[in-house]
Design a protein around this ligand. Structure first.
Ligand code: XMP
Length: 333
């Protein structure tokens, strides 16, 4: 609509004025905020923006290809895709503590990003390489990081995975979404031509499947989990609730699958199986501070369970998590 159109023109003018003829790099994660920031900055300065997309091997199924199709394919933005799966897996080997895993993934992300920024500079693209680092910081992030310092709260989970990156890289910050709430970021994303499906997605944690594979992260576990999770999400998107006319994906705030490194006995055809378990998690919440487990229809749960067990060899049992937050958290780690 025209209000958003005006907003975009103003934001574009501001970015152009701030950046001038310098260059910008941005870490694209596939999440809503970095995607909308990238689309907006690309609208403003085109080729002066380079996006770096780090694939740690712990993303959703086909996520990497979807990000590339969208940004490189459709928007024609400069995107460097870094497949750092082996590097991340190597660092995570033997580590099972959730916070230790978060720290490793966060630190490794910074390393990969720094290496890409250095390569970009050495390649002589532009005059001096990037001088700006763009981030998809939104207004609630601004408040949260100010508040956290004064409150001295107990850290349940360390969420801020890439803190301190601009200082380490010696770059100026470009944060065009700093004044916006999440809803506004989504509207902006749609107005910039990003697909609704992408803009209205459930949140996905920075460490990704790294905190959805309980204990030690293994490549094989990640591959099983990606396929099981894709089935769950597909069925949520395809099942419409008759009362509201909405899909169960839209009726839940966050839904995903958790890999449990536990084997149990099953039977398939004439044979005995001894395979892994996954848990389905779906919650309804307005602020993610407290949450209710979603009352998904039994028929939906049954279909997802059947499909996962039949289609994903290596998983023979599916359970549904009926814990609220508190006392449980949304993620299992
Ligand atoms: P919990 O599990 O604490 O999650 O109830 C609340 C919300 O935060 C997300 N979450 C994370 N996001 N890095 C992130 O970027 C993290 O390490 C992390 N841990 C949890 C979680 O997905 C939920 O939306």
């Amino acid at each position: 609509d025209w209000i958003m159109g005006d907003y975009i023109s103003e934001a574009v003018a501001k970015i152009k004025a701030q950046v001038g003829d310098e260059e910008v790099i941005l870490g694209l994660s596939g999440g809503v905020d970095s995607s909308v920031a990238a689309a907006l900055i690309h609208r403003a300065i085109g080729d002066q923006l380079t996006c770096v997309f780090v694939d740690h091997g712990l993303l959703r199924l086909n996520e990497g290809d979807m990000v590339m199709d969208m940004f490189a394919g459709r928007l024609h933005a400069n995107v460097i895709r870094v497949d750092a799966t082996e590097q991340f897996m190597g660092k995570l080997a033997g580590v099972s503590d959730p916070e230790a895993k978060r720290k490793i993934i966060g630190a490794e992300f910074v390393e990969v990003f720094k290496a890409e920024a250095a390569k970009l500079k050495a390649s002589g693209k532009g005059h001096q390489g990037a001088t700006f680092l763009a981030q998809g910081t939104i207004y609630p992030d601004v408040i949260e990081s100010g508040g956290a310092k004064s409150k001295k709260a107990v850290t349940i989970k360390s969420h801020h995975n890439v803190g301190g990156l601009p200082e380490q890289l010696g770059l100026k910050l470009l944060e065009p979404l700093r004044d916006l709430f999440k809803d506004e970021v989504r509207e902006l994303g749609v107005a910039l031509g990003l697909p609704r499906d992408m803009v209205y997605r459930h949140p996905f944690p920075g460490p990704g499947l790294g905190v959805r594979i309980l204990g030690e992260v293994k490549r094989d576990f990640a591959l099983l989990l990606q396929r099981a999770d894709a089935i769950f999400i597909e069925e949520l998107r395809n099942t419409v609730d008759e009362k509201t006319g909405k899909t169960w994906y839209d009726l839940t705030s966050q839904a995903f699958t958790v890999f449990l490194p536990v084997k149990s006995v099953g039977v398939m055809g004439d044979g005995r199986t001894y395979d892994y378990v996954v848990a389905l998690r779906a919650v309804v919440t307005s602020d993610f501070m407290t949450a209710h487990w979603a009352e998904l229809p039994y028929s939906l749960l049954g279909k997802v369970s059947n499909r996962i067990i039949n289609e994903v060899r290596g998983i023979n049992r599916v359970v549904y998590d009926i814990s609220g937050k508190p006392p449980a958290t949304i993620e299992w780690e």
